[in-house]
Design a protein around this ligand. Structure first.
Ligand code: ATP
Length: 767
């Protein structure tokens, strides 16, 4: 026996606390009409979590609470507590005794507790469902409700049988899984929409990162190229400098010697007794030639520098121009809209135009609109650098023209002096005068000097061009360090480790370190320029930030993908679970139905002395409600493909077939009141016997039975009590006789009162 006691307090007519103890398999509750017996049955429903107030004859929560009379004030709350013997652990709780209590307050608030601990309604329902106990289930048959199972439609009847077969727990679980599935699907949708939201950003960042990676690759190869280029350039400059110094030293030495010789010759001439006009002329001429040569030297040097500057400016301008070709136009949206409006106007005209010539003209207009737009903005974008460089270039070119002019003048002067000098020399040579030996010497020295100076000029020109190359090299070092980082200058380290500023030592310019030839270096330089331009084109900036953001957004997306996978997996297992529950319900239902039918047939035969009765599982095609939106057409289409028509769906239900003995009565509609009562009792008892609930409450189920049938009913009750505890509300003597404990309910001034009574008293009370 599982049911121990029921405590009713402030519930309906039970103004005061009343207790019922269920110590025997059958307990009967008897009492006159209106005394409150049915209220006891409803107290059971109430405490087991019934949510339908109608089934407890109320409209609102307040109707469950003692309403008060002249003697006893109304209650603020109604509470019912049921106590189970759980020593066999039929309830899934590790306590020998389990109490469930429900209280309702006047404001309609309900409170539930299990063993005194506040819980949710859900917890109560789940606990009871596992033990095959339910609030409104098959095991509480209210007054006049015995034939509810006959009156209900096929679908409701099926639900009642599922309930009686203890399938409700699977229904609960299935519904819960369906709820979870719906929630999971909702989550899947929101995760998908989150992914959709961040997708364009990821795509954008990915492109940026690809650009950055490309730029980094370019930088890496630029770095490598720079290292070899700069290393070789450094070697070349040092080698070339050394070579020039070696070549220059004897020339300078020779020049000094000649200077000395010249000074000597000049001094002899000046001191000579035969100092004459020619000697003066020679000395003056020598001074003039020297001055002109110095001037020419100076101009040459200046010219070299100017030409170097011109070449450098031209290089800058070329580079800027190349950049400009690839430059992105920065155009304001207003300008673009303006262009779009103008093109639109032309398109509108073209749409109306029928003549081919007219169309051609419009196309021409559009083309020139676009061309003008681009060139206008290209000019705007053209850097100030070009303008500045062009101005500087023009200045240098003007200077070069001036220098060229001056050089020509100096050269003419030099030629004139040279001619004068040659003539004088011929004259002196012709005189064969020994006095002229010093003069001759002077001529010789000057001639020699002329040749050595020419050699020195060549060296100087080479020095100048080397200087320009060195300047370029230094500029390149600066650029390389800025672009790649200082590590690009590591080529300088091996020989001078630890001293970053030191350039390669003279000794290090060894033969095995010979630099690449100039054409190779020029090719490298060109390649470097190309990569630099491409790097600038890529326009990648703030790469660390972008990489970081891409990493973060990608990580978030990966997280979402995992979450989506998890959600899909749990949706999948929920679907499988729902399917399992569905299958379990349908197989258990089929076997349960078979067993019920066997009992039903037997009880029916017992009650009616023969005949047949059985439950039949039917499938009904029902018209589907019109779809609320177009999406549902798809669902309908899918259903149709599975053998259902567009607006029909299959519903299962349970029909009852009865065949009374010796009567041609078939079908429920034709049964008498008593016959209906007998049929429903047979069915209720059959259902209870197949899957016996811990207790059954029958409120005047026997009301319509005659004496003979009351006896059969009593026999059946005794049989049923072997499986389930019974609480029978009855006026029937026969039924009372089968009870182990009898409770009488009396009503005094509207207040119900319970008392334990003897059978004789019960018969008396029931009257
Ligand atoms: P019968 O044998 O005729 O079926 P019964 O013994 O089953 O009668 P119930 O229907 O249980 O009687 O009791 C009904 C009584 O309970 C009525 O008198 C009704 O006024 C009383 N009642 C119902 N709700 C309340 C309430 N909230 N406060 C006070 N009394 C109530």
């Amino acid at each position: 026996m599982y049911l121990k006691s029921l405590e009713i307090s402030g519930f309906k007519s039970f103004a005061k606390k009343s207790d019922l103890f269920f110590t025997t398999p059958i307990t009967s509750i008897v009492g006159p009409n209106g005394s409150g017996k049915s209220n006891v049955a409803e107290a059971f429903r109430f405490v087991l979590g019934e949510q339908s107030l109608k089934s407890m004859r109320g409209k609102k929560g307040e109707d469950m609470i003692w309403n008060g009379n002249n003697d006893v004030a109304r209650s603020n709350r109604a509470s019912v507590k049921i106590v189970f013997d759980n020593s066999r652990r039929f309830l899934n709780l590790d306590f020998d005794e389990v109490s469930v209590e429900r209280t309702v307050f006047r404001d309609g608030v309900n409170e539930y507790s299990i063993n005194g601990t506040r819980v949710r309604l859900k917890d109560v329902l789940e606990l009871l469902a596992t033990a095959h106990v339910g609030s409104s289930g098959h095991h509480i048959i209210s007054q006049g409700e015995a034939d509810r199972i006959l009156n209900s439609n096929v679908k409701e009847r099926k639900a009642m049988i599922e309930d009686a077969l203890g399938l409700k727990i699977y229904q609960y679980k299935m519904e819960e899984s369906e709820r979870k599935l719906a929630k999971t699907e909702e989550n899947i949708k929101s995760v998908e929409s989150l992914r959709r939201e961040i997708l364009p950003h990821i795509k954008f960042l990915k492109k940026q990162v690809e650009k950055i990676e490309k730029a980094l690759e370019m930088k890496a190869s630029l770095g490598e190229l720079y290292k070899t280029y700069l290393r070789d350039e450094n070697l070349y400059i040092h080698t070339a400098k050394e070579k020039l110094a070696t070549e220059k030293a004897p020339i300078e030495k020779r020049l000094k010697e000649l200077e000395h010789d010249l000074a000597e010759a000049k001094s002899i001439l000046e001191k000579s007794k035969n100092h004459d006009q020619k000697s003066d002329h020679i000395i003056a001429l020598e001074g003039k030639i020297r001055a002109v040569r110095d001037q020419k030297d100076e101009i040459f040097r200046d010219l070299g520098r100017t030409e170097g500057s011109i070449a450098s400016e031209e290089r800058i301008i070329k580079k800027e121009r190349e950049l400009m070709q690839t430059l992105e136009l920065n155009v304001s949206i207003r300008d673009v809209e303006g262009l779009a409006a103008e093109i639109d106007q032309n398109i509108a005209l073209a749409e109306k135009e029928t003549a081919l010539d007219g169309l051609r003209k419009i196309i021409g207009n559009v083309r020139s609109l676009i061309t003008n737009f681009v060139s206008r903005h290209r000019q705007k974008t053209a850097g100030q650098n070009i303008v500045d460089s062009e101005k500087t270039l023009a200045d240098f070119k003007a200077k070069k023209v001036d220098l060229d002019g001056r050089l020509a003048t100096v050269k003419t002067e030099e030629e004139k002096l040279s001619k004068e000098y040659a003539d004088l020399r011929t004259e002196i040579d012709a005189e064969k005068d020994t006095n002229r030996a010093a003069e001759k010497k002077l001529f010789e020295v000057m001639t020699a000097q002329n040749a050595v100076i020419a050699e020195r000029n060549i060296i100087r020109a080479r020095e100048e061009s080397l200087r320009i190359e060195e300047e370029g090299y230094k500029r390149e070092i600066g650029e390389a360090a800025a672009l790649i980082g200082r590590e690009v200058l590591d080529f300088q380290k091996p020989q001078n480790a630890g001293n970053e500023n030191a350039v390669i030592s003279e000794n290090s310019v060894a033969v095995d370190n010979a630099p690449a030839d100039r054409p190779t270096q020029h090719d490298r330089r060109r390649e470097i320029e190309k990569i630099k331009i491409r790097l600038e084109e890529s326009g990648v900036g703030a790469s660390d930030e972008t990489m970081k953001e891409f990493r973060e957004v990608s990580e978030r997306d990966t997280f979402l993908v995992h979450e989506l996978e998890d959600l899909e997996k749990s949706a999948e297992s929920l679907r499988a679970l729902i399917k399992d529950f569905g299958q379990k319900i349908s197989t258990e239902f089929a076997t349960g139905l078979e067993k019920i039918n066997k009992q039903f047939g037997e009880f029916f035969g017992l009650m009616f002395g023969g005949g047949e009765a059985k439950l039949i599982l039917i499938k009904e095609k029902k018209r589907r409600a019109a779809p609320a939106d177009a999406d549902l057409d798809l669902v309908a289409g899918m259903a149709a493909s599975m053998g259902e028509t567009e607006d029909e769906e299959v519903e299962e239900g349970v029909d009852i077939s009865v065949n009374l003995p010796r009567k041609k009565v078939k079908g429920l509609m034709m049964l008498s009141g008593g016959e209906r009562a007998l049929t429903s009792i047979a069915l209720i008892f059959a259902m209870s016997q197949v899957k016996p609930p811990p207790f059954i409450i029958l409120d005047e189920t026997d009301a319509a039975l005659d004496e003979a049938n009351s006896k059969k009913y009593g026999d059946m009750i005794e049989n049923l009590a072997k499986y389930s505890q019974l609480i029978l509300i009855t006026h029937n003597r026969e039924t009372m006789a089968r009870a182990g404990v009898l409770y009488g309910v009396t009503m005094l001034s509207g207040v119900s009162k319970l008392l334990s009574i003897q059978f004789d008293e019960a018969v008396q009370v029931a009257k």
